[in-house]
Design a protein. Sequence first.
Length: 430
Amino acid sequence: MGKHDALFEPMTLKNVELKNRIAMAPMNVCFTGPNHVVSKQQTAYYAARAMGGTGLIVIEAVGGTDHETVKTYEAHNNLMLVYPYQAADHSELVETIHTHGAKVICQIAPGAGRQGSSEYSGIQPVAPSPIPWAPQEEMMPRGVKLEDMAQMMGLLGGSSTLVPETPRELRKDEIAVLAEDMGKSARLARIAGYDGVELHAPHGYLLHEFLSPRSNKRDDEYGGSLENRARFMCECISHMRQALGDEYLLTVRISADEHQEDGFHVEDTIEFAKLAIQAGADGIHLSDGSYESMRYFLPDTDGQVVDESGIIKAGIKEGMGKDYPVICPSVHDPDLAAETVAAGKADIISQGRALIADPEWPNKVREGRVKDIVRCARCNKGCIQRFVLGLPSRCVVNPEMGQEQYIEKYNTRPLLPLKQRVWKIPKEIQ
């Protein structure tokens, strides 16, 4: 066997057949068009990664509700999937990705929580409790300093999700609406042809805030015990599962560890994962940290989440009595990625910045051209710092990043024979 063969073993995720164990992690790189629609650049950007050999693409967090607090994240112009007419653009994106040989999951989010901003809309961010998040210099990732952020905020007139403000407590009736909206958005994702749906719950955003004892000080059924703190997430999952049916793929993304003394940790994440599976999830996609511990959310070290992933995967199996798929993020080195899968610490490796730097990473590994890989510098200059400003991402080592729409091979779609049909309709109406 070759050194990297484990990465190229096909697998079935629920009932979705994947050609390899390499996924693209969801990242908002500010390519969305006006009014939250899929842009030509966005489509070409994903096409490049599908053509590069990625087996599974998880698109950036899509807003799944029209609750007023959506406007607290306007600076970053996420895609939306709330109204039926929005499914059409998503359908075109799905067909493009399928044409180039990858499967695609739609990640759906209920909101930014306290990491939103009132600057543009005048709408106060919401959270489980009225506690602002706290930036910490020692927790900033490589290339990103609080001083730099402060200067950026000055350019923006103070408007950014990176300027903490005190949120208001989310009411129980609003929690119910947001959970129901996750189901409605999931149904639209299925109609649009996505191969699966993922619930967004990491990185210090709204659902993460409910999970964390650091940010959730509620004294009702959504706070206190671990089970209560997971209740909102599980209600979202239940609504999504009800909307999707039993046979459709549904995953959840959760931070493996909050990396704050009074936050949640790996042993808690095992319990969150078990509750998510009991509520209807088919697998767990890990990330790490939050805005308060950003150097874990944007790892400086390769394979930073690998050991946590192995512990969580084993804990789920022990608690549930069977194995469930776990996706581990940010393993840029092909040797370590293959070792992680071969050792059973994860079923799939998801790449974020590595695929920004080199969309051909999977093809190069498969073809034995590892030395040709353009390595991510983990500098966060072209991607993260521009994201903070609400600008389209670029890359210091990949001049094509953000320019894919101008490169012919990425913005054309071959017409495939009908037997290779890349579009779908729900089986209920076939």
